[in-house]
Design a protein around this ligand. Structure first.
Ligand code: PRP
Ligand code: ADE
Length: 179
């Protein structure tokens, strides 16, 4: 297991992206630092060591950076949730609001989720709208969603209120906009 790491040093802070007035927290430096990826995966394994988890779901695009690594490390199946219009076959959709716009996500219809405990992984939790929509899609297909894992939490955008029925773990939290 890796030692403690200051994740803040692996997060870029980009003002006015993708829109004027938004401070964008960029995880790209983490992707180029294997010790940061290893730390994240290890922390996730430690967090859910005694929690029944049957599969991992993650969100396009940045959730995929971490979700598949975590699924492999946990030896569990991975369920992609994508922006609308990208997945073949029969799909279900959910629309939601973001800090900087609106979006629609979708996933393939599957019978594999019935009664399964799914952990949802994303890079960052801001308003909580994305994870709420993702949980709705999984629950619609019979999955049980209790646990949400984000690398970064922006608690000043109040995601805990929107996601109050879930147990949320983040590895680094910002309680105010921080450059
Ligand atoms: O908590 P919320 O307010 O819903 O925001 C968090 C979401 O916003 C970002 O994704 P984005 O939709 O920008 O897509 P991307 O991963 O494709 O860049 C981020 O990766 C989370 O999925
Ligand atoms: N400020 C932010 N930085 C990066 N990703 C985000 N997703 C939602 N808000 C974000």
């Amino acid at each position: 297991m890796s030692l403690s790491l200051n994740l803040d040093t692996y997060i870029g802070k980009i003002p006015n992206f993708p829109k004027e007035g938004i401070l964008f927290y960029d995880v790209t430096p983490m992707l180029q630092a294997p010790e940061a990826l290893q730390f994240i995966v290890d922390q996730c394994l430690i967090t859910y060591k005694n929690t029944p988890i049957d599969g991992i779901a993650a969100l396009e695009a940045r959730g995929f950076y971490f979700g598949t690594l975590i699924a492999l490390a946990m030896n569990k199946p991975f369920f992609p949730i994508r922006k609308a219009g990208k997945l073949p076959g029969s799909t279900i959709q959910q629309s939601y609001d973001l800090e900087y716009g609106t979006a629609t996500i979708e996933m393939q219809v599957t019978s594999n989720l019935q009664g399964k405990h799914l952990l949802i992984v994303d890079d960052l939790i801001a308003t909580g709208g994305t994870l709420q929509a993702a949980a709705q899609l999984l629950e619609q297909q019979g999955a049980i969603v209790q646990h949400l894992f984000g690398i970064i939490g922006l608690s000043f955008l109040n995601y805990r209120k929107v996601l109050q029925q879930f147990t949320i773990q983040t590895l680094i939290n910002y309680d105010k906009e921080t450059i």
